[in-house]
Write a protein that binds this ligand. Structure first.
Ligand code: SAM
Length: 442
């Protein structure tokens, strides 16, 4: 606990956060069957109708990919959708404590695996850069612990707009940014605390090397294929133009088997499933990297362990939104299937979790950290915001139960590699991974 207490001294105190709307993306489900009273013909709808008229109905995965990340019109590409004024709120935007505890997690793993002389912090889908900013503040606070370690930050982001916001948040552009839109490293700079930082569109462009990877509310935006069990076997759900209503889309079933069926387990018992091949590709890449060069990956998201059926939904202005209405104006998301992530990592690295957010944060010492911040603040509005943020993150009826933590680690980490065992330790190492058990400094 020494480190947490030390965080409470020095300039680090409560950091201003937006007011907390009562809705978050993990919350409700939408089937896309709501009436289309208000269905403006957006540029994205026009694009999709043209596409469907030219080549036929599209899969839900293709729809999600076009709507969210089409380079010209995608929802994520040109807007800031996070926070009070946007469409949804995420944990790092709610409370600084969230990112601080994740910063502690990475330091704890770095210490447990032998304090390498360098590491890369890699975040997938960093939003406004708030989370990595909170993590880097912890790294600065613990400068004496990390003093002989060369750290670099690598952000994987498809959004031009969000990458600009990240750059502003993290670098304050004191040192001019290097930009090269045509290069796999499309932006480079130096953070406020002097750490080199680079931006990429794809994980495979990030240099290989000892790294800690972070994906918070990233896997849920990756495209899913939807399937329904029929008397003829699995049939994929497609999106077509509604012949009854002009400028409206509708769900239809494929008349025959489609290739993505290969991603459904042979012993699947559900009658509707969502599969996310892109998530599998990313988990395989992370697993190979971690097995080869060490480090760890921490994934936090809402999801299930291979049990849920229909989770594809939309959010706009902090409200549930019909996924087929006004595409390009609302966020689309689907719960993460952690059982699939675990299968994709199997044999290459060890995995831990998913465990509920309230358990993970409790194990990381959220109560101690909250107390330190409350003790330091006399401002009633700041104290109220800290308490409200804590409730939102921890309350099992709010984000506490819906969000999960999942980690990928080298097998040696759990078996006790050469850096990890000392004569007094007799417990299996799995119990010593912070968050998945109580934080303990070694
Ligand atoms: C739901 S937001 C989460 C943001 C942030 N992690 C947070 O929790 O506040 C998803 C993030 O992933 C990015 N993103 C979406 N699809 C992506 C993709 N295929 N590759 C890289 N980034 C992507 C978005 O631009 C955004 O930054």
């Amino acid at each position: 606990m020494t480190v947490l207490v030390r965080l409470g001294v020095g300039p680090l105190s409560a950091v201003a956060r937006a007011a907390i709307p009562s809705i978050w993306r993990g919350k409700y489900f939408s089937s896309g069957n709501e009436p289309a009273e208000n269905n403006p013909v957006t540029p994205m709808l026009r694009h999709l109708m043209y596409k469907i008229k030219s080549t036929g109905p599209i899969t839900v995965a293709e729809y999600m990919k076009e709507v969210l990340t089409n380079p010209a019109k995608g929802y994520y590409v040109y807007r800031d959708m996070l926070g009070e004024q946007g469409d949804f709120i995420t944990s790092p935007e709610i409370s600084q404590i969230f990112g601080e505890l994740l910063g502690i997690w990475f330091i704890s793993e770095w210490m447990a695996t032998g304090k390498s002389t360098a590491f890369q912090l890699v975040e997938l889908g960093p939003g406004r850069g708030t989370l990595v900013g909170d993590i880097l503040r912890v790294f600065t606070q613990l400068g004496s612990v990390l003093k002989n370690c060369d750290i670099s930050v690598h952000l994987v982001e498809v959004s031009q707009k969000l990458s600009e916001i990240q750059a502003l948040t993290l670098t304050e552009e004191k040192v001019p940014l290097e930009r090269n839109a045509g290069s796999p490293v499309y932006m480079k700079g130096v953070t406020k605390s002097g750490i080199p930082i680079s931006w990429y569109r794809h994980l495979h462009d990030v240099p290989k090397g000892y790294s800690f990877y972070l994906a918070h509310e990233f896997f849920d935006v990756l495209p899913v294929h939807k399937f329904q069990k029929t008397a003829q076997g699995w049939r994929e759900v497609f999106i077509d133009i509604d012949p009854q209503v002009s400028d409206k889309l509708r769900f239809v079933l494929a008349p025959s088997a489609t290739p993505a069926e290969a991603f459904i387990q042979h012993d699947e018992t559900r009658d509707h499933v969502e599969v996310c091949p892109d998530a599998g590709v990313i988990i395989e890449e992370l697993s190979q990297r971690i097995a080869l060069t060490g480090g760890a990956a921490l994934v936090a998201d809402y999801g299930h362990d291979g049990t849920k059926t229909d989770t594809f939904r939309g959010f706009c202005g902090h409200k549930l939104h019909d996924v087929l209405i006004a595409p390009g104006t609302a966020d689309l998301t689907a719960d993460v299937d952690f059982s699939y992530l675990r299968r994709m990592a199997q044999g290459k690295v060890a995995s831990l979790g998913p465990i509920k957010q309230h358990i993970f944060l409790k194990n990381m010492g959220i109560d101690v950290r909250l107390k330190v911040l409350l003790d330091k603040s006399n401002e009633p509005s700041v104290r109220q915001q800290l308490l409200q943020g804590y409730d939102m993150l921890m309350n099992p009826k709010k984000m506490g139960e819906r969000f999960n933590f999942f980690a990928l680690l080298p097998h040696e980490r759990l078996q006790g590699g050469r850096h990890q065992r000392n004569a007094r330790q007799s417990k299996p190492f799995a119990s010593l991974v912070a968050g998945f058990s109580e934080l303990a400094w070694q």
